[in-house]
Design a protein around this ligand. Sequence first.
Ligand code: C5P
Length: 214
Amino acid sequence: MKASNFSCLITAGPTREYLDPVRFFSNASSGKMGYGLATAALKRGWAVDLVSGPVCLAPPSGVSLYRVVTAAEMERVCRQLFVKCDLLIMCAAVADYRPAATEDRKIKKKADALEIRMEPTADILKALASEKQNQVCVGFAAETDHLEAHARRKLKEKKLDWIVANDVSRLDSGMESEMNKVMIFSRKGQSHAFGPAPKLDVAEFILRTITGAG
Ligand code: C5P
C-alpha cells in the first residue's frame, strides 16, 4: 500500500442510543485509541477525517472533526466520507443495539419493572466494507474471551483487510485505559502482537503494520 498523500477516515469513541431525553445506552469507550490513531496519521502527513462519538478529548490539531452522537448519525457521516478515503479505521465502539422507541418525554419512575425492547443498529463497517472500491478497511474487535477466534471470524464476516483485537477484560489495557495490548490479523493470514503500551505507540504500530512498514 503506497502511503504518501493518504486520506484516512477514523472513527472513535462510543455512540449514545437514547431511550428518552435524559437516558441513553452507551459504553465505556474513552476515544483515546481512535484519537491516538488520528494523531499518528497526521504525523505521517495524511489527511484525517475523524468521526467521533461523545468523548472528553481535544481533537488533534489539523484533523477534520465530525462530532456525532448516535450510531445512525455515525453511519450517515461515514458514508459521505468513505467514498473519498484510502483507508478506513473503525475504532469507534458503536452500540450494537438501540431502544426500538425513543420517548419524547422523560419516562416516569414506577414500582413495576421496566421492559425495554432493543433493536440492532446498522453495522457501519460491514456495510462500508461490502461497498468498497480501493479502500483498505480496518476494524477493531473488543473481546472479553476467545480473542483470536472472535477477531478472525469478524475479519472474515465483515470482509476486512485487517482487524485489531484487544482484550477488554484486562484492567491494564482496553477501553478506559491509557494503555492497550493488541493483536492484529490480516485477510492474507498475517498476525502481529504489540503491547501493553501507551495508546499512541499502539497507534503507530497499527499504521506501520497496515502500511507494510512493520
Ligand atoms: O461486531 P462488533 O461490534 O464486535 O465489531 C466491531 C467492529 O465493527 C468495530 O470496528 C466497530 O467500529 C464496528 N461496528 C460498526 N457498526 C456497528 C457495530 C460495530 O461499524 N453497529
